[in-house]
Structures are given as C-alpha cells and as structure tokens.
Design a protein around this ligand. Structure first.
Ligand code: ADP
Ligand code: MG
Length: 885
C-alpha cells in the first residue's frame, strides 16, 4: 500500500501533483478516518479510502496515474450535493469521516486552492438532521479505567446536550461495562489508546471504539477543559464531587466532541452524575431477558416493555421515558413524586387529552437547540422552535385551569416552560412562513425585517422587470413575436430567435450559440444589466446569510431557556404518557415502601396481556424476604411459569419507574437490583457453550445479589446432565436462602421436580405450581398459580398436543409408568440428594398467620356488640393493609 504514497506521504524521489501533496498532508492528520476531499462538484477519496467507500457505498472505483512513480491511485468520489446521505451510510457502518472543503473561491485562488477539514463526523457525534438515524438518544461513551478495578464512564448526547457520568467497575468479563452499553446504546466509545488491548475484547464487537491519544486523556488538560467549558473556577462547583475518574471520563468525551465538531457546544450546560445507589439496576442480561428495551428475537422495539409503555407524543419525552425505564429509581419519595404527577393526569382525562394535544405539536426543541449551538440550524428549525415556544403559554394555562391543586412534580415541570415571547416574535418577524430547508441559498428572511435587504431585493426585482420590458421592446422593434429572453448559467442572459425568423434579426445582435431550433444572441445593454443583476443578487444573498447568522447568535445566548423548555416538555410528556397507558390498560397505582416484600393482586404481564386481548389470566404473588423468600414454581411445559415470573419483575420495574402497574393492587418494597437467568436462550453468537454462558451469568448473580434484590431464575441447570443440573440448582437455592433471616427475593421455576422437597428443609422456601385440569384424555392449562407442588409434568401431553405421533407418546407413557413405580414417589435420586444440604438448618419453622392467631383468641361471648363490630373493622383493616380484599 505504501506504493501509492498515500500512507507514506510524499516520497522524496516522487513528484506529486500539488493537489495530491496537499491531500496527503491533510490525510496524515486524520488517521483512522475517511477523508472526503472537495474538488469541484465532487468529494473525492483516494487509495484505501476509495476502496472502502466503493465497497461500502457501491460506488465505481476508478484510478488516475498521479503518484510519483507513475502508479495508479484508486479514486472514488461522490457528488457534493448528495454527500450527507453518503456520510450517513458510512456512519451507520461505523466509519469516521473528515470533510475537507475548499475554503477559498477557486476564482480568487492563486494556484492551489486552500483546503481545510471543516468537520469530522463520527457515529457518536453526528448532528446534521439528515445523518441522525432516529430520534433516540445518540451517546458517545467515554471509558477511563482507574488504577484498581474501578472505571469512570461518561455519556454525552451532542444532539441534545445531555451529559452525565457514572462510576462503574471493570470485572474481567466486562459485565458492568456491557450493562451500560446495553442500557444506553452508545454509538461510539472513546477510550485511552493505552487501554485498547484490555477493552477491545470486551467491547469491540458491541460498539465502535475510538482510541484517543494519551495526551487527550491527560488529567490537567482535561480538568482545564471542563473548567473552561462550564465557566467554573473550581471543579467541585459542577456539583458532581471531585471524583477524578469521572471528571477524567467526562473531559475525554467533551474534548472529543469539541475536536470533531470544531464548533461551540454551548447547549451542553450541565454535567450530572448517576449514582447507582439511587436506582434499580438491571444488568445487560436482565434488560435483554425481560425484553425491557429490545426484543430477544427481533432485536427491535416491538413487544418490549418500553414499546408497551410508550404513549409519548414528543421525541424528547420518548427519550426521557426510555431513560427512566432503563434505569428506574430506588427511592420511595422520588418515585412517589412521579406517581403523584401520573395519578393527577390519569384521573383528569380531559386535562390529559388537552395537554397531549398541545405537546403533540411541539418540535424536538432539544435537538434544535443542539443545532443552534453547533451553528447548523436551518430556517425550518427556527420556525419549529418558534412554533413550540408559542405553545408554552397555552400549555401552562391548560395546567392551571384544572381546579385541583397540582402535584409538585407537575408544577415544577410547568415552571421549566419559560415563555420566550420575544424570541417567538423575533423569529416570526425574521423568517418567512414557509422557509427553505437550508440557509445557504437565501430566501428565508422576511421582507420588512431589514431595510437594506429590502432595497437589495427591490434592485434584483427591478432588474428582472427591466429584462421583461426589454423582451417586449425587442419584439416590437424586430417584429419577431416569438422572440424570447432566456438565461443559463454558462452564457447568462440571451435573446433566442427561432429559425423561421432569422431573417428579421437586426445587425447589432451578436450571435452566441446555435441550437436545434434557432440561434441565441446577446446585446451589450443586456450583458451590462446582467452584471448588475448578478451583483445585486450576490449582495442580497450575502446580507441574508449575515442576518441569519446574527439571528442564530442571538438564539445561542438563550440556550439555557431552550434546554429548560425541552426538559419541562419532556417531563410533562412522560407523566401524561404514563397516565395514558394507565387509563387505557386498567393499571393501578402501586404502593411503595422500604419493606422487603412484593405483594401483587391479580397481576398481569403488560406485554403478553396485550397480545391475548382479554384472555390473560391474572395471578397473585407474595414474596417476602422474611418468610416467603423463595418461590419454587413447578408446572407443565407451557403452563405459564416464565410469563408469571416475568410479570412480577416487570411490575417491579414499572412501579419503580413511576408508572402504574397491570394489577388490581401492588405493594413493592424497594428493589435495588433485578437479576435474571433464563435457561432457554442459546448464546450461539458469542461462541461459548450454552452451559458455560449459563454458569457465567449465574456467577454474576450470586456474586452481586443483595438482600434487597429480586432474582428470577428460570430453569437453571438445564444445559447439563440431570444430575449436575439438579445439584447446581439445589446448591444455588441454598445459597440464595442463606443462613440468616433474609435473602434476595427469588422466583425459581424448575423442571427438576425433586426440588420441591426443599420446601421441607429451607424455612423460607414455598412451593407453587400451575393448575392444570386433566380430564384423562386432555390437559387444560388454567394458568392459575396455586400453593403446593405438582406431581406430574405433563410433558407427554404437550408432545401429543404438538402432534408428535401417537406411537411415540404411548411408548413414553409406558416408560413413565415404569419409572414412577420403580423409583418411588418423588422420582429417582431424591433421597440421595437430600443429604447435600449445605447451609441452612433443615428444620422447617412453624408457619403462623397473625390474623388467624388473633381470630383464635377472640372470645365473642365476652364482647359487646359495639366491641365486636370494632374488632371486625380492625381485622378487615389489617387484611387490607396486607393488600387483601
Ligand atoms: P412455561 O414457562 O411454563 O413453559 P410460559 O410462561 O412460556 O410457560 O407460557 C406459555 C404460553 O402460555 C405463553 O406464550 C402465553 O401465551 C400463555 N400464557 C402464559 N401465562 C398466561 C396467563 N396468565 N394467561 C393466559 N395465557 C398465558
Ligand atoms: Mg418457561
């Protein structure tokens, strides 16, 4: 490849054309980037870049003999006017692109035209609307490993200015890192070059990695950058503490954004830190297993909790809701504040409909703000901004007019909607009603906005009128009725005469061009006027663009208000969206407390119930670290075990997000983490055996679970021999149960029927199973969970249902009978393994219900009617507190 001279730079012996020499010196400054080099009407690429884009974009590869030794250099180019679309496609494939423009007019240049890289566009820092693939957030992630296993993470969405950091840990499998990659879907990840070897294997196939030279990650420079950007003298003023790693990661990302944008990023106004302790954490595996944001099979958003809950009507609301669902809260008061707002809007359907109707008309102010800060906002962006700002008074008035006192979360959001009436007026007076998409060609400034502009415009108009008059005059003078004055970019204005009239052409006409139908002529006065018109148009365009720029500068100064408006409308949109789904699907407001209980009455699976259209069978659940800590759930294949366990986990996620939940009653004791292990997935892509994956995931759970966690284990131990699997499942149960009085709330579905015996030995384990009606000839799934264990698995019935030939099912039936009679009641092996008890005392604790106890000691004969009635009320009240009706 060195032969082309592209990578090695101009070779001393070779003679390069000046343009190629310029190309190579610029190319050398942007390693790892495709350089688009502006030549005439094209952006050209050379050498390896040309090969890449021809392959990726399906563009013809040509070549020119331009290098010093006469070798041919591959060449591929795209037309300038379509370049954004090509760049977008390259970004989607993970490439970085540098755009090198002619920065002087080729007419003014003496010799070689000056060229400069005017922007570098990378998957995580694209900001042009045409290059953004979706309204979802577009993060660049920064990863800065510390000395021990801690690591600082920072996330920046330059399209909206959202900027935050998170402390994390760097375990050998990269679990924690992957969790964040999964949660936020960064388009690009910047890392110190010295960490490539360690981080590439963990992240390389999940996200585009961009190594930064170590100088860019240097501490002092990074801290200076942050101080300067946020205008603080002391970094602690940022309010995120003085965690060096977090600040370092933030500085890396911000520095990278500045470097690539080569423009102001004034819309990035705050840096926050997300503290893991305040949130319900779901790792990557759980987000996937529970299909919170992405479907397991589709990889898309359909069938996910997010898509089910998403009734938002603005892009900023949608981004915020996704954020909330990906990282719910773990603080009772904070969640209740959200729930108060949701309940307020859920109750008042008129207010909700009005509010949503108004929000629907709001544009993506967050992103428009980003483009204003960056300097590439188009005239339509400004009109959209003005249109949204103009709605704010109405939105606030709508919220005020409701008679009830609004909850604090609603008034806070409403206060964020700062009314910028002056900006609405300014944009309204400056920009025409239906402006062009880009400012480049003018036509966006309204008449009456600027007197000078109006006079220039008048000049071009009168120039054109003059031409029209000339055409009329010449027709009369020559008697050629079809004489026409036309214009093209090569000759300028010309007089066109058709062949049949050529004999009438006067002498002073100068012939310029022969066409198929006739001849084209010019006149000295026409040429003169043409120059005047061209001049006036140039002045007009220049002034229009200058006025537009001035307007953008004014708007840049108001960025703080726009950010506030964006946040306020996002919040209102999310509250209203959650209220909408609650009303639409019959959800109830959950109660939240600090207990370690989860109590659900008539809970449903929010996604499955929608596909079953009213045929979903609701189920209760009670899990409590103190007594019913571990539920072992058995039942036939297809009985509904997995659906049941997920519905509980999803209800917890929804509740802690601040949403109502699909149940008739729910009380949730705060959950700090949800872990899941679902046996059915085959992680073939990673090349590890299913069993290995299962054990890795299990290790992650067991090492990180806390007494406040919720663990959902679906058929663990499936990927190995029955004996192994049973032992592992059993040992895991014992581990989770622990010795003390508390442990993680656990849902444990299993096909190892032997495990139901554990209930007798571990005090806080309860057996449940799914009811089945067995008529002898057929099995009906009732989808109802009931206490106790099943004795049969009905696998053979399911096989028959599925159409497995009768010969096979009959034989299986016979074998089954042999087994049961040979192995004794609980199946083979049970007795042997009861000895494997590892941690807990085998004595079951007596179970008592305090209410039953109270009932037992009531002596009705000794009570007055009034006292009896009071006792009855008390008992009912106590029952209600437990969530029973
Ligand atoms: P299992 O894990 O016991 O094999 P699943 O939970 O996968 O069973 O459920 C199997 C199917 O049964 C699901 O696809 C769903 O359509 C249906 N199902 C599950 N639970 C319910 C329910 N509560 N009400 C109605 N249908 C249900
Ligand atoms: Mg299942």
């Amino acid at each position: 490849m060195g032969k082309t001279g592209e990578e090695s730079g101009p070779s001393p012996g070779g003679r390069l054309t000046p343009a190629m020499a310029q190309y190579q010196s610029i190319k050398a400054q942007y390693p790892g980037t495709i350089l688009l080099f502006h030549i005439g009407d094209f952006y050209e690429t050379f050498g390896r870049d040309a090969e890449t884009i021809s392959r990726e974009l399906d563009i013809t590869l040509t070549s020119r003999s331009r290098d010093g030794e006469g070798n041919r250099i591959p060449l591929a180019g795209v037309p300038c006017h379509a370049v954004d679309g090509y760049i977008a496609r390259l970004l989607a494939k993970g490439y970085r692109v540098a755009v090198c423009d002619q920065v002087e007019n080729s007419r003014d240049a003496k010799g070689l035209v000056n060229r400069e890289v005017v922007r570098v566009i990378t998957p995580g820092t694209a900001i042009d609307e045409s290059m953004l693939s979706s309204p979802a957030a577009q993060y660049v992630m920064g990863v800065l490993p510390g000395e021990k296993s801690n690591v600082g993470l920072a996330f920046l969405d330059i399209t909206t200015g959202e900027f935050f950091c998170i402390p994390a840990s760097l375990d050998p499998a990269g679990h924690d890192l992957l969790t964040f990659v999964f949660r936020y879907h960064p388009r690009e990840c910047v890392i110190p070059a010295s960490e490539v070897r360690r981080l590439e294997p963990l992240l390389g196939n999940r996200v585009v990695l961009t190594p930064l030279e170590d100088s860019a990650c240097e501490r002092q420079a990074g801290e200076d950058l942050l101080r300067e950007h946020f205008g603080v003298s002391d970094l602690s003023d940022l309010g995120i503490g003085e965690d060096r790693l977090l600040l370092g990661a933030a500085a890396m990302v911000l520095g990278y954004a500045k470097e690539t944008q080569k423009a102001g990023l004034s819309h990035i106004r705050t840096l926050s830190v997300k503290n893991p302790g305040a949130h319900l954490i779901m790792d990557a595996i759980t987000l996937r297993n529970l299909e919170i944001l992405e479907g397991v099979r589709s990889g898309g958003v359909e069938g996910t909790l997010f898509s089910t809950m998403d009734q938002s009507v603005t892009p900023m609301g949608r981004r915020m809701l996704r954020d909330w669902i990906a990282l719910p809260l773990a603080d009772v008061d904070a969640i209740n504040r959200r729930l108060d707002a949701v309940e307020y809007l859920a109750r008042d359907s008129l207010l909700r409909a009005e509010l949503r109707g108004l929000l629907k008309q709001c544009s993506d102010v967050e992103r428009i703000g980003g483009r204003i800060a960056y300097g590439n906002a188009g005239p339509r962006d400004l009109r959209a901004l003005a249109g949204t700002l103009a709605l704010l008074p109405e939105i606030r008035a709508t919220l005020r007019q409701s008679g009830e006192k609004e909850p604090s979360a609603v008034s806070e959001a409403s206060r964020l909607l700062v009314e910028c009436g002056d900006i609405v007026d300014l944009i309204g007076s400056a920009i025409v009603d239906d402006p062009p998409a880009v400012a480049r060609n003018g036509g966006m400034i309204r008449s009456g906005f600027d007197a000078t502009l109006d006079s220039y415009r008048q000049a071009t108009v009168s120039g054109k009128e003059w031409i029209a008059a000339l055409q009329q005059k010449e027709r009369e003078r020559t008697g050629i009725k079809s004489l026409k004055i036309g214009y093209n970019s090569v000759f300028g204005y010309y007089i066109e005469v058709t062949r049949s009239n050529l004999h009438l052409v006067p002498e002073e006409y100068t012939r310029k061009q022969t066409t198929s139908g006739g001849e084209r002529y010019v006149l000295p006065e026409l040429t003169e006027k043409e120059a005047q018109i061209a001049h006036a148009e140039e002045r007009l365009l220049a002034l229009e663009i200058a006025l537009y720029q001035r307007l953008i500068e004014t708007l840049k100064g108001r960025m703080e208000e726009f950010c506030s408006v964006a946040r306020g409308s996002a919040l209102l949109d999310v509250y209203a969206a959650l209220a909408e789904s609650s009303a639409k699907y019959g959800y109830c407001r959950p109660e939240l407390d600090e207990s370690q209980e989860i109590l659900i009455r008539e809970g449903r699976h929010p996604v499955v119930e929608r596909s079953l259209r009213g045929h979903f069978v609701p189920n209760d659940a009670r899990i409590d670290s103190r007594d019913e800590q571990i539920l072992i759930i058995t039942g036939a294949n297809m009985a509904g075990k997995s659906t049941y366990m997920r519905s509980i986990a999803l209800i917890v996620v929804m509740a802690q997000t601040g949403s109502f939940v699909p149940a008739s009653y729910a009380r949730i004791g705060m959950v700090d983490r949800i872990f899941t292990r679902v046996g059915a997935f085959d992680d073939l892509a990673s090349g590890q055996s299913t069993f290995m994956v299962e054990m890795l995931e299990l290790a992650n759970i067991l090492n990180n679970v806390t007494p406040r966690s919720l663990a959902v284990l679906d058929e663990i131990g499936r990927g190995t021999s029955t004996l192994d699997g049973y032992c592992i499942a059993r040992a895991v149960l014992e581990f989770l149960h622990g010795k003390g009085s508390r442990g993680a709330r656990t849902l444990f579905a299993t096909h190892f029927h032997e495990l139901v015996g554990v209930e007798e030995e571990l005090s806080r384990v309860r057996n449940y199973h799914f009811a089945v009606r067995d008529t002898g000839s057929e099995v009906i799934f009732l989808r109802k969970i009931i206490p106790g264990a099943t004795d049969r698995s009905y696998g053979i019935h399911v096989a028959a249902l599925a159409g497995v030939p009768e010969k096979v099912t009959q034989r299986a039936e016979a074998l089954m009978k042999e087994q049961v009679s040979g192995g004794g009641g609980g199946g083979p092996g049970v007795k042997r393994y009861t000895q494997m008890l590892l941690v807990d005392s085998p004595l079951p604790e007596p179970r008592t219900d305090p209410l039953i106890e109270e009932l037992k000691i009531i002596d009705p004969d000794s009570l007055s009617p009034r006292e009896a009635l009071q006792r009855l009320y008390d008992l009912r009240e106590a029952l209600k507190k437990r969530g029973e009706r």
